[in-house]
Design a protein around this ligand. Sequence first.
Ligand SMILES: [Zn+2]
Length: 611
Amino acid sequence: MTWVSKGVAAPEVSAPAAATELRQTRTSPSAGTWTATVTGPSAPEGATPVVAAVHVVGARRLLGFTSSWGLEFEPRSWPASEPVTVEVTSGRSSNQASPWLGVETADGACVLTLHWSGNWRLTSTPAADGVLVEVGLHPDGQQLHLAAGEVAELPAVSLGWGASTLAASAALAGHLRGQVPPGPPLLTEWNHWWPYEDAEITEDLFLANARQAADLGLDVAVLDAGWFGRSDAGSDWVAERGDWHLVNAVRFPHGLRWLADQTRALGVDFGLWVEAEAVGPAATVAQQRPGLLALDASGERLGYICLGSPEGREHIYATVHRLVEETGARWLKWDFNLDPGSGCTRTDHGHRGDDGLLQHYRGLYAVLDRLRAAHPGTVLEACASGGLRVDAGLAAHVDGFFLSDPDWTEHALAVLWGAAQMLPPRQLLHWPESEWRGEHRFQKVDYSGTLLTVDQFDTKIRAALLHRFGLSVRLTELRPDLRERLRTHVATWTAVVRPLLTAGVLVPLTLQPLREEQGHRQPAFQLSAGDEHVVAAFRLPPTGSWQPVRPIGLADDAGYTVATVDGADHLDPMVLTGAVLAATGLPAPPASATSALWSVRRTTTGAAQVG
Ligand SMILES: [Zn+2]
């Protein structure tokens, strides 16, 4: 691939402190991972885990993303001549900012990310010939205490570099593909949440939708929040979290095992949502097992079970293990809807008062690894109020990430552009625009009514097609023509997109589209694995006429078979050379279309065979 740039030098990565040893633990073309180890004794008051210092020569501009609920991957930039600190103190790795920094230089760019799900800090200091970026954990709740001779491994840092930020990011995401757990096959899902939430979901509604999911060729029907806690039609999922041993028998009178069996009998697998770490204010587990709870310095409950304690780890493992055993769940959506801040300060958990967050996340990774080993056929999806705990650390322990709660198309493409800078597409999941039961000013779609055009529907689906696929709509009420389009899209994803995801890289071909009619208005993305590519392009409002969409990474003199792949506005396959595609772009979509999806497949090896 030509976006793996040759001739751009790797940045210089060094250990930040005398007691630290830094090793490069994985290497890819134009990317690598470095891991630091620290040897005790640490100072009596503890040490702040600083992971690495990255020296980037010729730095001109720094790039980053702020991140908050429904506003993930909001771009920021700073001149390299200014000192810059980007950090997270919420206790969730991507609530406040994303753990990612880009450094543009005179002849290219370098991007870096920290493999950690808690608090972190990136500090850039101007140097005579560029910048020095210090990468580390934020000291809040993450102090390191080591006895003399004791050795600890710190979270890793990964870097990619290349001729541009996008090239460097593609190298980084491609490199991070190497740490993805092998995992089960890439399954598709229907999830009940947005049209029904907890208030309206029942076993009848779930099964009626599961029947439609099976008919459409989807793999799993996922039961989201609302199934646990007291048997009360009006119970609120937030309050009940933690009572995973109770099933709300008003909504699910036959229980989960029966529901899962019925779901499978309809021809689709069963999946389950859980927020295993959380303890809601009404949960009985707080009274029954007070020793598990994370507490702050004043003794107040932090709303979660501390995984810094062996009892907490065992409780959460046993709870989730039982749920998967009982239901045969093929998909587990693991949510986390609270900010632990600097974490648990208890001293009876086997951790210290000032390292509760550090030990919680070490414990979380261990619990997730144990669950994956026990249930290798179950998809493990991470979620945190949407995309507020998305990082390369957690990425080594889960199959994928839910990117954001809202998913109207413009927002989804803005988020996808950012997420693709950091993670491989096989770890990304975001639904096409969901039908929301609740209020959101941009989430207004209705797939049962007459207003939506097929073109608008196709565009919404295509925006969510270049990574893992799932959706959250009322399948039982889908307009018949849209149902048939959805059937085609699911088949396209399964036949054309999925084979490229396992080893694929997703590269934005344009600048970032932004929310509320800002940013680039014709975003395009290319999913590539070897010599096979799928390209999606979008015209967002305010819409102009189509500009050329130029694929990248093609060999000039090779022949490529180009075709549109998902039905409407079908284009017969044609063979074009890489040079022609790079110069003039893909065959233009119809002027009225607001999106297009092409497959580009190398069919001849070079000029001699193009004839
Ligand atoms: Zn604790």
